[in-house]
Design a protein around this ligand. Structure first.
Ligand SMILES: [Ca+2]
Length: 397
């Protein structure tokens, strides 16, 4: 029987190990070491680092993917194999809030697919609604869908299917889901291994989408009667809005290198598979029609591989207004500082805690102003350490 341990006191992190993780994307390139960005000082093993107290907040999780904070203090966690867990009064509850593996729920978790993003309703305290993005099978093909759940007393049930039939595959499933400052529900959909679909605004593959929380299409969406908000994406997995400007940013996996951070404009085309990174000319075998305008990222990894996933802007503490991005293959937090007043200008980017915790799936800011970082070492691609997978908490001092 598994025992679930939640560290109630600070557990000092003393582990440093070489990451043998593969990247999120395929095929696997031979990688040269190094990066166009400067490498910042490594996180200290002393438990305090760069103005943050660092501790293990939860452990013994099974490939956690996303985290949701609700006003009563509980914290919900998705585990990709198909369970929602809850931390209640500081304790990780053994019984799942909802298991997608039982009860006849259509569900599949193969490769990178499964139970992915989770977000609470902005009115959760009144309605108990949460929204999740997950993979299922339909007529022999993998698909993804967005569900509304209703939660009470640490148990959730499916209340409504908001959108289904989204393209799915064993890789490139997107899956991040967040509310924007406009109150609409945004989520990312990967190209599901069919790159050309990303360039077709009428296809649902390789998109960032926006719907109302009742599943209807906002009249102000860029394409009439379509949930598509932006297109030309490969496998976006991070969404975050700048706390001052309210502008939307997204992270995206490149094919093998050229991972991207994009500033998202409604209706814009982010280039995949015609161009990668800030390339000005199309990839071999592609051509760009003269009337097609392709957006390039505000930051990319060059010949390095980050494999970026969940990310957040920081609103409190030493990193206030910086963007922090969890990296799988990069096994680091990428911290990006933007120019005040210029949403597209990156002042600097730093790699923090590289190889200290292994592959990182997500970072979110809690209502307490701490950053909660999820490891992703137990899915066969990482090197699990005792206690993996973990949530590491960084609390501003
Ligand atoms: Ca791009």
């Amino acid at each position: 029987m598994k025992t679930w341990v939640l560290a109630m006191t600070a557990v000092l992190l003393t582990t440093t190990f070489a990451c043998s993780a593969r990247e999120e994307t395929a095929p696997q390139p031979s990688q040269a070491a190094g990066s166009p960005q400067a490498t910042a000082p490594q996180g200290s093993a002393s438990g305090n680092s760069g103005g943050y107290k660092v501790e293990v907040f939860a452990e013994q999780l099974d490939v956690p993917w996303d985290i949701a904070f609700v006003p009563d203090g509980r914290i919900f966690i998705t585990e990709r194999p198909g369970t929602i867990r809850v931390i209640d009064k500081g304790k990780l509850v053994g019984e799942p809030v909802l298991s997608f593996k039982t009860g006849g729920i259509p569900f599949q978790s193969r490769g990178e697919s499964g139970l992915l993003g989770i977000v609470p309703d902005p009115e959760f305290a009144n309605n108990g609604y949460m929204y999740v993005y997950h993979t299922y099978e339909e007529r022999g093909s993998l698909r993804n869908r967005v569900l509304r759940l209703v939660e009470k007393n640490n148990k959730a049930t499916i209340d409504k299917v908001l959108i289904d039939g989204l393209p799915g595959q064993s890789t490139h499933d997107g899956g991040r889901i967040r509310f924007g400052p406009d109150g609409y529900l945004y989520f990312t959909v990967g190209d599901a291994q069919d790159p050309q679909q990303s360039q077709d605004p009428t296809s649902r593959a390789g998109k960032i989408m926006r719907i109302a929380k009742d599943g209807t299409i906002p009249k102000t969406n860029p394409f009439p009667d379509s949930p598509v908000y932006s297109y030309g994406h490969r496998n976006p997995q991070g969404l975050a809005w700048h706390p001052m400007s309210g502008r939307l940013y997204a992270s995206e996996h490149g094919q093998s290198t050229m991972d991207e951070i994009n500033l998202i404009e409604p209706g814009a085309n982010y280039g995949w598979p015609l161009i990668e990174g800030d390339a000005m000319s199309p990839k071999q075998g592609n051509s760009v029609p003269p009337n097609v305008k392709l957006r390039t990222p505000i930051l990319h990894s060059g010949s390095d591989t980050w494999a970026p996933s969940g990310m957040t802007f920081v609103t409190k503490g030493p990193w206030k207004n910086d963007l922090v991005v969890a990296s799988l293959r990069g096994a680091q937090l990428l911290k990006v500082t933007l120019q005040e007043g210029d949403p597209a200008k990156v002042v600097k980017s730093e790699k923090l805690y590289k190889n200290e915790w292994g592959r990182l799936r997500n970072v979110s800011e809690g209502p307490d102003g701490a950053l909660y970082v999820m490891t992703n070492n137990r899915d066969g691609r990482g090197s699990p350490k005792p206690g993996d997978d973990k949530i590491i908490r960084l609390t501003p001092q």
